[in-house]
Write a protein that binds this ligand. Structure first.
Ligand code: KIV
Length: 280
């Protein structure tokens, strides 16, 4: 059965951990869905892990729409959330709504917006009041990397944690159905989770959030430029891809690929005609 935001919120009430993975293409999304992942996120991390760009801020709205529609075609049950990319939700309220609706049109069920500025809160209120579910994102927010001074752990003392809690409460009040908490001490994330009603989804935020999210290329061990301390490789797809490609090169060069069962054959009568042609 298709999961909706009410179901995701019910999981927190029932103490059932919420599972979230990023996906960017049809077949990966399909397999994650078949595996029972609750939420599939088309994260703007795709800038780096799929497109090989340097920064999350390098991805455009058009690209997010293309990847969102590919993912949506593979998913039956998971809730699909698409990231609002850089500049799509920071400039003006009606443009933000238009961009969110484009992602919904591409197949997302909800959008994710980073931060809790007054402008963001207004946009989130407007979107949620107009039927677009919004997931918030606090702690380390990659789109603000320049202001944050790099990939730095957030909420590192009680005062900073109180500040993030205050932001989380504002997001909840504005209508967010859940909030990603990125890169913060486990105790801070736990404190925030316990003091808001909506679910928190942690990444580098310890085990006590309402759920966890991982970038799929980290989970699968495929992206090798950088792996954060908190990301566990559940398999090593890089090795599998490398070994498969090496084996392919070897077999083609040796003439053992394709073999008889991988080859289409002409009838022997037709083969004779070809041979006669050679003899003319
Ligand atoms: O872009 C992304 O993949 C994300 C996750 C890290 C939550 O926002």
């Amino acid at each position: 059965m298709k999961k909706n935001i009410q179901k995701i919120q019910q999981f927190k009430a029932e103490n059932k951990k919420i599972t979230v993975l990023t996906a960017y293409d049809f077949s990966t999304a399909k397999y994650f869905d078949e595996a029972g992942v609750d939420i599939i996120l088309i994260g703007d991390s795709l800038a780096q892990v799929i497109l090989g760009l340097d920064k999350t801020t390098d991805i455009s709205m058009t690209e997010m729409q293309v990847f969102t529609s590919a993912v949506a075609r593979g998913v039956k049950e998971a809730l699909i959330v698409a990231d609002m990319p850089f500049m799509s939700s920071q400039i003006d309220k009606s443009k933000t709504v238009e961009n969110a609706l484009l992602l919904i049109k591409a197949g997302a069920n909800a959008v994710k917006i980073e931060g809790a500025s007054e402008f963001n809160l207004e946009c989130i209120k407007h979107l949620t009041q107009n039927g677009v579910p919004v997931m918030g994102h606090l702690g380390f927010t990659p789109l603000s990397i320049n202001a944050l001074g790099g990939n730095k752990i957030q909420g590192k003392d009680a005062q900073k944690t109180f500040h993030i809690l205050k932001e989380a409460k504002k997001l909840q009040e504005a209508g967010c159905f859940a909030i990603v908490l990125e890169l913060m001490p486990a105790e801070s994330a736990r404190f925030i989770t316990e003091n808001i009603d909506i679910p928190t989804i942690g990444i580098g935020a310890g085990p006590d959030c309402s759920g966890q999210v991982l970038v799929s290329e980290d989970l699968l061990g495929k992206y090798d430029r950088f792996t954060p301390k908190f990301a566990r490789k559940f398999t090593n797809l890089k090795e599998i891809i490398l070994n498969s490609a090496k084996e392919y090169v070897k077999e083609v060069e040796q003439g053992t690929f394709p073999n008889a069962s991988e080859t289409f054959k002409l009838d022997s009568e037709e083969v004779k005609k070809l041979e006669n042609y050679k003899n003319n």
